[in-house]
Design a protein around this ligand. Structure first.
Ligand SMILES: NC(=O)c1ccc[n+]([C@@H]2O[C@H](COP(=O)([O-])OP(=O)(O)OC[C@H]3O[C@@H](n4cnc5c(N)ncnc54)[C@H](OP(=O)(O)O)[C@@H]3O)[C@@H](O)[C@H]2O)c1
Length: 340
């Protein structure tokens, strides 16, 4: 039997994405084959496709950081959910496909009654926000944080999770989207007309407990300056290092060195970290399962509502990337690959 998947044969713009067809592989020991019902399109996919993130998967690769699907076959001797069980997984790549081979220990059950598309809109964004808020920054009830890109997918996750934890959020946003931040309980900072550092300096204490920054480049250093003693600046993206669809490695290096590495040498009691969804795997091996299950449970209980912008079929993956790059769709774009 054959299956279809999107592949990236070489680095470049959205036009490099190809729909390929291959023989369906069988899962090996420790692996499970999942029939994919929904796969989120994330900015990280675009950064990997364009070559902005160093050390990405070997080409050709299938993009897709998360997938929601149904167990279709279990590898020999593998202890795993039963065939037919619905599952969610964060994977470094492989989501944009009708089927994916996934290590059994990456699978987290999809809670009863949860829609696969909504779970896909939630999985990566809410998982990373949950980890950054509660494991990396360990922000306490009553704390105050600054979230950049607060109207985006991860930004919305921060707003909802912070509200549940009774943490105050100040969020940078394009003016037109300020209401979106306000509706979720945050305090918008217009990134076109206001200087976020000045706004933070004007808060009680003049600094925040944590800043979460996906912008990168020189922005990291300014974000670090907004952090109080004992607080942390968490970089988790480098949007500024992608210009007109092309990587600007100098901007990326500037951000990493100037905003993450050099501040670590200053004895000022403020931490910096560059986080990605795999950062805690070694130090806290149980965190992946726990945190993904936690955010899925919040979704099942209706306590969070990830925004689905649009669902698209696999063969429109290039259009999905273009739409994401031009911010044409508000909310998560989810690919719906499986054929009946
Ligand atoms: N490290 C990881 O494991 C990981 C995983 C997932 C995502 N990420 C990163 O998270 C970031 C956000 O992803 P997402 O899915 O939330 O994307 P998204 O939905 O497109 O949201 C990004 C938001 O950032 C804002 N923005 C864009 N350029 C900006 C700039 N120069 N300064 C300030 N804000 C800017 C935009 O809102 P406004 O125009 O309203 O400001 C946009 O809504 C990306 O950088 C992605 O790479 C990292």
């Amino acid at each position: 039997m054959r299956y279809r998947h999107v592949s990236v044969p070489r680095l470049g713009g959205a036009e490099v994405l190809r729909l390929s067809s291959d023989e369906l592989p069988a899962p090996a020991v420790g692996q499970v084959r999942v029939r994919v019902l929904a796969a989120g399109v994330s900015y990280g996919d675009i950064l990997l496709r364009a070559g902005v993130i160093p050390g990405g998967p070997k080409r050709p690769f299938t993009p897709g950081y998360d997938l929601v699907g149904e167990v279709d076959q279990v590898g020999p001797g593998t202890r795993a959910p039963a065939v037919g069980q619905r599952v969610v997984a964060l994977v470094r790549s492989g989501g944009y496909a009708e089927y994916a081979i996934v290590p059994a220990n990456r699978l987290v059950p999809l809670p009863e009654g949860v829609d696969p598309v909504e779970a896909s809109a939630l999985a990566l964004n809410y998982f990373i926000a949950q980890q950054m808020l509660h494991r990396v920054a360990r922000v306490r009830r009553g704390g105050t944080v600054l979230v950049h890109g607060a109207s985006g997918g991860v930004g919305t996750a921060f707003l909802e999770l912070a509200a549940l934890a009774e943490v105050t959020v100040h969020g940078t946003v394009s003016g037109a989207r300020a209401d979106q931040v306000r509706r979720l309980g945050g305090n918008p900072i217009d990134r076109d007309t206001e200087d976020f550092l000045r706004v933070v300096r004007g808060l009680p204490g003049g600094a925040v407990d944590a800043v979460f920054d996906p912008v990168g480049g020189r922005h990291f250093l300014r974000s670090y300056q907004a952090v109080r003693r004992g607080g942390v600046m968490v970089g988790y993206g480098q949007n500024a290092a992608l210009r007109g669809g092309k990587p600007d490695l100098l901007v990326g290096a500037q951000g990493f060195l100037g905003g993450i590495v050099l501040p670590k040498l200053l004895p000022d009691g403020r931490r910096t970290m560059f986080y990605n969804a795999w950062s805690l795997e070694k130090s806290q091996p149980a965190a992946y399962q726990q945190d993904l299950a936690t955010v899925l449970e919040l979704l099942q209980k209706g306590l969070v509502s990830p925004r689905v912008g649009r669902t698209m079929p696999l063969d429109e993956a290039a259009d999905a990337h273009r739409a994401m790059e031009s911010a044409a769709v508000g909310g998560k774009i989810v690919l719906v690959p499986a054929r009946a």
